[in-house]
Structure formats: C-alpha cells, structure tokens
Ligand binder design. Structure first.
Ligand code: ADP
Ligand code: MG
Length: 365
C-alpha cells in the first residue's frame, strides 16, 4: 500500500477547520489526523480567557426586570373592542357584595386540561377569589411547579418554601403549609415551588402514589372546613394531575375559544373515564368554562357553539372574555377582581362564580 503523502496543515483557533492544507489526492479530503482537530481541549483555557462568547462556561442568565408590567398587546395594539363591555345589569360593586350560598359539603374541583395556556390557573385563582369575596371559605392547591396560582394570589414562592411538594411527597400536614392570600378573607393557598418539578418522577416509586393528595386533603377538611377547593393542575396528565383527579369530586375544564380547543378534551375525557372506573367513583365533569372569548372573531363563536353542543348542561352561561386586565393582574400579584374590579374580566369571573355557587346548592337540594 502506498504511504500517504506528507501534508502540511494549520488549524485556525475558533473555527476548528484546517486552514491551508494540502489535500490527499486519493481521499479528496484534508488528510488531517483526528487528534489535531481536538483543538478545543488543548486551547480551551486560552479561549475562556479571550472571551466568554467563544466558549460559554456557564448557562446564560436571563434578566427579568422587577416590578409589574403592562401587557404588550395594550390599547395601542388591539382595537378597544377587545374588551367586551360589561353586561348592563351587573356592576362590580353589585356582584362583589352578593353573599353566595355555601354547599352542604365541600366541593373539590380539579381544574384540568392537559393543554397549556387555556386559562386553568387564571380560572382557579379568579373563581376562588370571587367565591371568597362572596363570603365562602376557599382553598387553592397549586399543583403546577411554575407556581403561577401562588403568585396570582399574592404569595411569594421562593425555592425551598414548603408547600404542595412536602404534602404530596413527604406526607406533611396540609394545615402546616397553607398560607393566607391577601386577595380575600378566607382564601388560602397551598403554595407550589419549582421543587415540585421533581415530584412527577419521584412519585413513580412511591406506594399508593395516586392517593397522596386525597389523604392529605381529607384529613385537612375534617379540621378546617372549606366550602370550595380548587386544585390547579399542570398542563399534563402525569402523576400530579392524577393525584388531583383522585382527590377531587368535580372537574372544571376551562376551554379556550380557539381552534384545536376540543382536541385535547377528548384525551382528557378518556383519562377521566379511566380514573372513574379504577380510582375515584365520585368524579364527574360538572363544569365547563369558556375562556379567552374574543367577540371580534367568528372562530370564537363557532368554538363556543361546538363546546355547548358537546357539553350542554356542563357549560356555564357566562363566558370569560379575552381581557388585557386579566392577563396583567398576576404581574401585580393580584387577581383581576382586586386589580381592576370594574373590568369586564372581573365581572365575568364574579358571574361565573355565582353560577357555580348556585348550581352547587341546587344540585344538593
Ligand atoms: P394555564 O394555567 O392553562 O396554562 P393560564 O391561566 O396561565 O393558563 O393562562 C395562560 C395565559 O393566558 C396567561 O398569560 C394568562 O394571563 C392569559 N390569560 C388567561 N385568561 C385570559 C383572558 N381571559 N384574557 C386574556 N388573557 C388571558
Ligand atoms: Mg397553569
């Protein structure tokens, strides 16, 4: 066999590609020994010195400016019609001062839809606050590691703050970790922190893993009567959502008025059937709430019709409009009910809460 010809090469630091080489005529490719290309190891130290952009040594940190923010799609971007006018018969004052009827037994709602961004958290916190402002006692359990419900209820949730993780994973007592929300009297929240992100995997190896929350909640409700409990789920059908489906007796499905809305619901219904048959006989889909309704589009009205066709009894008459005020409120650590009580968004959540409260009493009568 012919010996390869002697070739000369130089490697440009930072490019990692031979510069100025002779090509082996039999291969048609720079004849460079492999180890020569591993210049990063040899020169790494020098590169880190010459500039962090060449070789990043730490993951980038995204600076989040402190303080509340206005939504970007504010008045200047959206024509004013985006905010539906509040119904003439209702004012925030008239609605917020109405005292709501209490159910005979605590109603435990799981707010579920494995689709993200459909308004689960927004619905959980605003309905909870509306019911609490109506004089009822309400608990929100934040099951999403993002902790958005905790934030929206005005509770800070630094990593390490005990909350849902401790209750589900270590069997801690729920009463030890619930926090009062400044949003309304008799409104409490079990906070979630990013620690909860690990629970989904850690739960896999735990005995009776789907009953953890149910047990904790039952023993809490014996000593701390509540009228309503909202379990705000993460956007997946994992073990945290399963725990919530087992602990609850009613399901509230927020459906965003947009295309694809019903696709995820089919999968959710299948999961509900499975849970019902195997783990929780009491569970029923009692409430569907249409969210982010944009009155300017035909599509929103079509989706709303379709949802009402599928769930005629379950769908609440009130529809939550797409509202800038609703989306801004959490950045102030508030629900829309205290952030902008006279907005269409606040009024629609107050109305939805009244409908839910009335149904609860009619059904148990
Ligand atoms: P999920 O909990 O299902 O992921 P969120 O409640 O967090 O959904 O809502 C997703 C995003 O949509 C959030 O930024 C929220 O502020 C915004 N949002 C929710 N409901 C409305 C509404 N009615 N109008 C405008 N924005 C909304
Ligand atoms: Mg959420």
């Amino acid at each position: 066999m012919l010996a390869p010809p002697e070739v000369e090469y130089r490697v440009t630091p930072g490019i990692g590609w031979p510069l100025c080489v002779e090509v082996d005529p039999r291969i048609g490719w720079p004849n460079v020994p492999r180890e020569t290309l591993d210049w990063t190891a040899a020169l790494g130290a020098e590169f880190t010195r010459t500039g962090p952009t060449v070789m990043a040594t730490a993951s980038p940190v995204i600076e989040i400016p402190p303080g509340p923010r206005r939504a970007r799609f504010d008045e200047d971007e959206f024509p004013p019609a985006a905010e539906v006018d509040p119904p003439a018969h209702a004012t925030a004052e008239s609605l917020a001062t109405v005292s709501l009827p209490a159910p005979s037994l605590p109603r435990v709602f799981v707010v579920a839809n494995q689709k993200g961004g459909v308004g689960k958290t927004t619905t959980s916190v605003n309905l909870a606050a509306a019911l609490a402002l109506g004089g009822l006692s309400v608990l929100v359990v934040d099951l999403d590691p993002q902790g958005n419900a905790t934030t929206a209820l005005g509770v800070d949730h630094p990593a390490g703050l005990p909350g849902t993780y401790e209750v589900v994973m270590s069997g801690a007592t729920l009463a030890d970790h619930v926090v009062d929300s400044p949003e309304a009297p008799n409104l409490k929240v079990l906070p979630a922190t990013i620690d909860l992100a690990g629970a989904e995997i850690e739960l896999v190896s735990i005995v009776a893993r789907e009953n953890r929350l149910k047990r904790a909640l039952r023993s809490y409700l014996q000593d701390n009567p509540a009228d309503y409990v909202f379990l705000d789920c993460p956007p997946s059908l994992g073990l945290l959502t399963l725990n919530a489906l087992v602990a609850a007796n009613e399901i509230l499905v927020p459906i965003q008025c947009e295309y694809y809305a019903l696709e995820g619901v089919t999968q959710l219904l299948r999961t509900i059937d499975l849970v019902k048959g195997e783990l929780n006989n009491e569970l029923r889909l009692s409430t569907v709430l249409l969210t982010m309704f944009d009155g300017r589009t035909k599509l929103a009205a079509q989706v709303a019709d379709e949802v009402r066709h599928h769930f005629p009894a379950e769908t609440l008459p009130t529809v939550i409009p797409r509202s800038v005020r609703i989306s801004e409120a959490p950045s102030y650590g508030q629900t829309v009910l205290t952030y902008q009580p006279s907005s269409a968004g606040a009024i629609s959540y107050l109305e939805a809460a009244q409908e839910i409260a009335r149904r609860g009493v009619e059904e148990s009568a």
